[in-house]
Design a protein around this ligand. Structure first.
Ligand code: I3S
Length: 133
């Protein structure tokens, strides 16, 4: 391992496929648009990769989420807050609401309660590690 690779392994907290939608962008309400994407939590940053379903590319790296291609969106978890979403936020089960410091909100969902629980714990840990510095 190079020093850089080793650093990445140390900070890689979690990765997997999640359903997500942004509901508020810097205070402005958005229309929900759920999509599923390969998601990586690493070094206090949550990264959503391009939705493989909506990609027109035929390259195998796009179809297999274990080899993500283009990061679509990153969320800085410093100063963010995570909570289970209230029932009126979505008809889906197992929904988390992530509020970021810039006044944006995201809903994050997985059909498996066990899997969403591991994401809840990993994101909450990451946020509290950032608070402690
Ligand atoms: O909170 P809402 O408005 O009931 O959210 C639903 C809508 O965003 C809907 O799209 P349209 O705006 O085209 O109707 C989505 O398809 C639904 O998934 C949203 O509700 P859920 O309960 O899935 O978050």
């Amino acid at each position: 391992f190079s020093a850089q690779q080793e650093e990445q392994w140390k900070t890689l907290d979690k990765a997997g496929v999640l359903h997500r939608t942004k509901t508020i962008d810097k205070g402005k309400r958005l229309r929900k648009n759920w999509s599923s994407s390969w998601t990586v939590l690493e070094g206090g940053i949550l990264t959503f990769f391009k939705d493989s379903k909506h990609s027109s590319s035929s390259s195998s790296s796009v179809k297999h989420p274990s080899m993500p291609s283009t990061p679509e969106h990153t969320v800085d978890l410093r100063g963010a807050a995570l909570a289970w979403a209230a029932k009126d936020k979505s008809s889906r089960k197992n929904v988390l609401e992530l509020k970021t410091r810039d006044g944006s909100k995201y809903l994050i969902q997985h059909d498996s309660e066990m899997i969403i629980n591991t994401w809840h714990n990993a994101i909450a840990d990451s946020i509290s590690r950032l608070v402690r510095g």
